[in-house]
Design a protein around this ligand. Structure first.
Ligand code: SF4
Length: 82
């Protein structure tokens, strides 16, 4: 896979992917998602990451500080304003 330029500066680069892609959004997965969002909050490439996730319709995991439900809402809102 092509390494996207912004991913080299990602705050999550060396972290456990399980934090960002928990098996389930319930139980332990819920606190993992919250931890992942905290990492995103101080990530220098957060905007690029979120834009990429929205462009490519990533259905799983935390991207740019958002979970899949939040991205669905953002995509819907964007569609309404188009
Ligand atoms: S915004 Fe979050 S998921 Fe995206 S690169 Fe940064 S830390 Fe990783």
């Amino acid at each position: 896979m092509m390494m996207l330029d912004w991913t080299r500066r990602a705050a999550c680069l060396d972290l456990d992917p399980e934090l960002f892609f928990p098996i389930s959004a319930e139980g332990p997965g819920r606190s993992q998602v919250e931890q992942a969002k905290h990492v995103c909050a101080r990530c220098p490439v957060r905007e690029a990451c979120l834009a990429y996730a929205l462009d490519t319709r990533q259905a799983y995991g935390v991207w740019g500080g958002t979970d899949p439900d939040q991205r669905r809402d953002l995509a819907l809102a964007a569609a309404h304003h188009a």
